[in-house]
Design a protein around this ligand. Structure first.
Ligand code: CFM
Length: 543
């Protein structure tokens, strides 16, 4: 881990303060990556110790806020007290714009049933019905989606029967999500609930064929700061057509039609692996993991897509695009590397970025000394090969597993079995994710659901040059004199995906770690404290 105490000592010092039971639990969630090729089992996706100050969010946040909320022409109604709707309103920067004149973008609205005490006591179904009717009368949307918050689950409002009734009455698609905040140990539960609902209520509704030679979906890309637009720009240059980006900057119709694609590529494995698998089972559509964060990752992903389609014109075009884009990227890398080479980063973010952003830092010659997710599962750390050994606990059993079968008419193996096997034999990986730990250097720290105390210890002992982290901890980190790149909503910046995104990121990180301002964050009396205490210790003299 560079200078300072070793990873093992750092871990010990982080754990020291905890009472026995907490220490035992946290110890399983904090590992030294001793054998990156065969990662050790990490305690992930378990309950947070109360009071430890976690960065996690709730199931409602994962469902409405993360996966479905970005679909811009669905009317999203939060059934609950106003706070849940308010705090999930545009705070994530999943950007969208209408692309056809007849479309509407509802994302600037925040709709809620605004539950009051009497609804909690006497039930809120009537209120929900009224809200759906009112929203319909006002906007005439194509679809309405309803999200349950904690109190709704506690009092037992049946949102699904209300949705069914209103769907029949109004003749548009209306569906609900039982994504009460408490449904799981983090927002991860909400992702799964959302995947199930999108699959049941939208995927496959529109069989209109799509005329394009290379058509794919990008799953697990939510267009934070415009990332999906940059990915779309690059793929378009290559001649690859995206039917649906799930679910950044995407419309309801695109989702209903996206089973017409020939391939699913997965960006954020954590939030959408369920969808990739269900689509493969039902429609025969293969999937593989990509990463458009980082230059090397972007190149590799483009080449893998080309290899999948296996057409010379596409392979050549991809190389041309890479060469063209690299002409802009190269001088920026060369410039920033003079200042960033050898610098240290730490990353504590969500369920995929703590892994993906290591690529961008390594493009800049920086090393990631410690990283961890907030709510990812063991497969995101150790790779999907551990899936069979993951124990299902009470919290995960809570969430419905859909039973999916091949569609009798629409199942279509895009690649014949033989072709798939041949590709796999040449080292091509389908339906796989290697996880974060394999990519991290030996003896780096891997910390799941990091606590405020552990983060402060890390800063105190290792002083990373930059930390990529979240909304809740950003200013705590910066008050300790370390620049923090907020990797959820990008601090109003972005995009960071693809080639143009990487250029943005390089320049911003360079600025952040090169500025002298961090040296000024220390109170002056702390710097000359020795002199001061010496002065204070001197007997007062009367002149
Ligand atoms: Fe996937 Fe995301 Fe993330 Fe995520 Fe998130 Fe996000 Fe994230 Mo914030 S879907 S897991 S629940 S990449 S909102 S766009 S930045 S924690 S690492």
């Amino acid at each position: 881990m560079g200078s300072g105490p070793s990873a093992e000592e750092t871990r010990e010092q982080m754990l020291e303060i905890y009472p026995k039971k907490t220490r035992r639990k946290r110890a399983k969630q904090m590992l030294v990556n001793k054998t990156p090729e065969t990662p050790e089992a990490i305690g992930a996706n378990s309950r947070t110790v109360p009071g430890i100050i976690t960065q996690r969010g709730c199931s409602y946040a994962g469902c409405k806020g993360v996966v479905i909320g970005p679909i811009y022409d669905i009317l999203h109604i939060t059934h609950g007290p106003i706070g849940c709707g308010w705090y999930s309103w545009l705070s994530r920067r999943n950007m969208s714009k209408i692309r056809h004149p007849e479309e509407t973008n509802y994302l600037q609205y925040s709709m809620s049933t605004d539950m009051q005490e009497d609804h909690i006591v006497f039930g809120g179904e009537k209120q929900l019905k009224q809200a759906i009717q009112e929203a319909y009368d006002e906007f005439k949307p194509k679809a309405i989606s309803v999200y349950a918050t904690c109190p709704v689950g506690l009092i037992g409002d049946d949102i699904h029967s209300v949705c069914r009734e209103m769907k029949e009455k109004l003749g548009i698609n209306i569906f609900g999500f039982s994504c009460e905040g408490y449904k799981g140990v983090s927002q991860s539960a909400g992702h799964h609930i959302a995947n199930n609902g999108v699959f049941k209520n939208m995927i496959g509704l529109d069989d209109t064929p799509v005329e394009a030679k290379y058509k794919i979906n990008v799953l697990g890309e939510y267009n934070i700061g415009g990332d999906a637009w940059e990915i779309d720009r690059i793929l378009r240059l290559c001649g690859i057509h995206i039917i649906g980006t799930l679910s950044g900057g995407v419309s309801y119709d695109e989702i209903c039609n996206c089973h017409q694609a020939d391939l699913n590529v997965v960006m954020c494995h954590r939030s959408i692996n369920y969808m990739a698998e269900m689509m493969e089972t039902k429609f025969g559509m293969p999937w593989f993991k990509v990463n458009f964060i980082g230059i090397e990752g972007t190149k590799k992903s483009l080449r893998k897509i080309a290899q999948y389609f296996d057409e010379k014109e596409l392979t050549d075009r991809v190389e041309e695009v890479i060469a063209m884009e690299m002409a802009d990227v190269r001088p920026v890398i060369e410039d920033v590397r003079q200042r960033t080479e050898g610098k240290k980063a730490a990353l504590f973010v969500g369920g995929s970025r703590a892994h993906h952003y290591q690529d961008l830092f390594s493009d800049m010659g920086m090393t990631t000394i410690a990283a961890g997710y907030e709510f990812a599962h063991r497969d995101d750390y150790e790779g999907r090969d551990v899936l069979p050994s993951i124990k299902i606990d009470a919290d995960s059993r809570n969430i419905e597993e859909l039973h999916i079968e091949a569609d009798p008419e629409r199942f279509n193996l895009r690649k014949t079995k033989e072709r798939k096997v041949a590709l796999e034999e040449s080292g091509f990986e389908f339906s796989d994710y290697e996880g974060m730990m394999r990519q991290m250097a030996k003896d780096t720290l891997v910390i799941d659901d990091i606590s405020a105390h552990e983060l402060e210890k890390l800063i105190e002992l290792h002083k990373p040059d930059v930390i990529g982290s979240g909304i809740k901890d950003k200013y705590v980190i910066e008050k300790m004199g370390i620049p923090c790149k907020q990797l959820h909503s990008y601090d109003y910046g972005g995009p960071y995906a693809g080639f143009k995104g990487a250029i943005n990121f390089f320049k911003e990180i360079d600025r952040m770690i090169s500025t002298k301002v961090w040296k000024l964050t220390r109170a002056p009396w702390k710097d000359d404290s020795e002199e001061q205490s010496a002065a204070a210790a001197e007997p007062a003299t009367v002149s």
